[in-house]
Write a protein that binds this ligand. Structure first.
Ligand code: ZN
Length: 541
């Protein structure tokens, strides 16, 4: 009996959110998730701050906060260089779950977990997830796994094409939902093949389709939204809900395979909700004379001098890839004290360059206090309500050696329904703009569920995305590194299991040195493809 190896299966649902899943369970679309909800453990899983896919999934498989793993978004830090490169697995500065499992003599498999490209060797297999270029043929370990999968499945899709698709018409939208379902089906088939073939001690798979349809169609599925009753919503909703039924059928399959030695965790990287208004904070900074824009003519000359005509389609300004971000190129940095971060950072940077340009006379602390007070007083002229819930210094949110790569100030906009955008529109109300389409955006409450022979039924639980790695290590009876930020959720287990499995820490720490030369350079085509995808999801302006 004592020779039983405790195994773990982690099902990741990108963007999975109880506020949508609960009503779907009630409507009968997700009976298998319902069963877990009633018999196992279910809770909210707090995402990273702000709640974004890249940092959150990396926190799930490292067990540490972004200040320790160094991933704050989809690109490298603005604090390091104005040329922000797309991040890859090589930018992660903390040990990863598969490395712990390898060391502990466990076999593992990872399917489509975000930020795992380029894949690393491990005692098992890996298929890279979100941010892997679609056309690359090096997305698997072992490398021939990809070709073998294609042989069996005909095709394999890491990311459903989203950029360049207009989904204003019913047909376009239905075609997109078809593609989403096809992608899920292929991934499910791959799961069945690989689970059977490798039978690893640990297996993790991420489905990112819910995130995509929620970004595009949240308000068609949210009964509290006025758009819920629109003609388009009525036509699309049954088809959208079928995607959730499809996910539930995968849950059914997984549960059936769990013997009395495997624990199932279902997690998401963040929750979801409606997108109400966009906040163009750079325009507000301009009004406050904290940000200065280049004179139009000089700006145009600059663009013309660097534009490579072949690269024109890359951005709406017609600027080639040589300019990392068109908004940054509009800002007159020596005359700018504060400027907006990208969407996925939801913050404001202090500009050390301006301080230098003015002879180091600017007092950081004074300026920070002034801007914090001003931001807290911002109100929506439509209803007079404050639209910033929280203004926090980066040091109060993150800890670790990479804290200074984050924006100096982090803003939580009103109930996460207001979203800070970096762009600087000049027409209409140029600080706040209502979102009238069906879009949704992220929330901090993701989902956590646990189910298995060793799990007690509980509903009262607080959990964080950083708890996933320590909880997995504990479940598999492995010792934990001493400086993880997450906690092992030992109290979700039956008392017999807790008695049998002792919580142990070792003397290792989570940090790893990365070689700067190791950082991947995506090809220009790959970078363009990935950036376009990020733009379509609203992550890049
Ligand atoms: Zn996500």
């Amino acid at each position: 009996m004592s020779s039983v190896r405790d195994k773990v299966f982690v099902l990741g649902l990108d963007g999975g959110s109880w506020n949508l899943l609960r009503p779907l369970m009630d409507k009968g679309y997700m009976p298998n998730l319902q069963e877990i909800y009633e018999k196992g453990v279910c809770a909210n899983l707090q995402s990273t701050k702000p709640p974004y896919t890249g940092p959150a999934w990396v926190s799930s498989f490292t067990g540490v906060n972004p200040g320790k793993h160094g991933i704050f978004g989809f690109t490298t830090s603005r604090a390091e260089s104005t040329r922000r490169s797309l991040i890859s697995s090589r930018n992660i500065r903390a040990a990863k779950l598969w490395q712990y499992l390898d060391k502990g003599g466990k076999t593992s498999g990872f399917i489509n977990v975000p930020v795992t490209y380029p894949v690393e060797s491990l005692n098992g297999f890996m298929i890279a997830g979100f941010l892997a270029p679609q056309e690359a043929n090096d997305i698997t370990y072992p490398q021939d796994l990809y070709q073998n999968l294609i042989k069996e499945l005909g095709t394999y899709i890491v990311n459903v094409k989203i950029s360049g698709r207009i989904m204003d018409t019913e047909n376009e939208a239905l075609e997109f939902i078809d593609d989403i379902q096809f992608c899920i089906q292929k991934r499910f088939e791959a799961l069945k093949i690989l689970w059977h073939q490798y039978a690893p001690d640990f297996l993790m798979i991420v489905f990112n389709s819910l995130d995509k349809i929620q970004h595009k169609f949240w308000k068609f599925m949210d009964a509290e939204d006025p758009l819920y009753d629109s003609p388009m919503a009525k036509k699309l909703r049954p088809r959208l809900f079928e995607v959730y039924r499809q996910i539930d059928q995968i849950i059914e399959y997984i549960v059936k395979q769990l013997n009395n030695d495997t624990t199932l965790f279902i997690i998401s990287d963040h929750g979801f909700g409606p997108l109400r208004k966009r906040v163009f904070i750079n325009n507000w900074l301009k009004q406050q004379k904290l940000l200065s824009v280049k004179k139009h003519r000089a700006y145009l000359r600059k663009i013309l001098s660097v534009t490579n005509l072949k690269n024109l389609p890359f951005s709406k300004f017609g600027i080639g890839v040589n300019l990392a971000n068109p908004v940054d190129s509009m800002i007159d940095f020596p005359k700018t004290l504060f400027y907006s971060s990208d969407v996925y950072e939801q913050g404001i940077y202090f500009n050390a360059q301006a301080e230098k340009a003015q002879g180091g006379h600017i007092r950081y602390e004074d300026e920070m206090q002034k801007i914090e007070a001003k931001i807290k007083a911002l109100t929506d002229p439509k209803n007079g309500d404050c639209f910033v819930d929280e203004v926090r210094r980066r040091e109060t949110i993150y800890s670790g050696p990479y804290v200074n790569q984050a924006p100096d100030l982090l803003l939580k906009m009103k109930s996460y329904g207001y979203l800070l955008n970096k762009s600087m529109p000049t027409r209409g109300n140029n600080i706040l703009r209502e979102v009238t389409g069906p879009e949704g955006c992220h929330r901090s409450d993701g989902i956590f569920a646990a189910y298995g022979y060793n799990i007690d039924h509980q509903t009262d639980l607080e959990a964080s995305i950083m708890d996933v790695t320590p909880t997995v290590l504990y479940t598999m009876d492995m010792s934990l590194p001493k400086d993880l930020d997450g906690q092992p959720l030992t109290h979700i287990f039956t008392s017999e299991f807790q008695h049998k499995t002792r919580l142990r820490f070792n003397q290792e720490d989570t940090s790893v040195q990365i070689n700067a030369k190791n950082e991947i350079e995506y090809s220009k085509t790959e970078e363009r493809e990935i950036r376009n995808r990020l733009k379509e999801l609203g992550y890049l302006d």
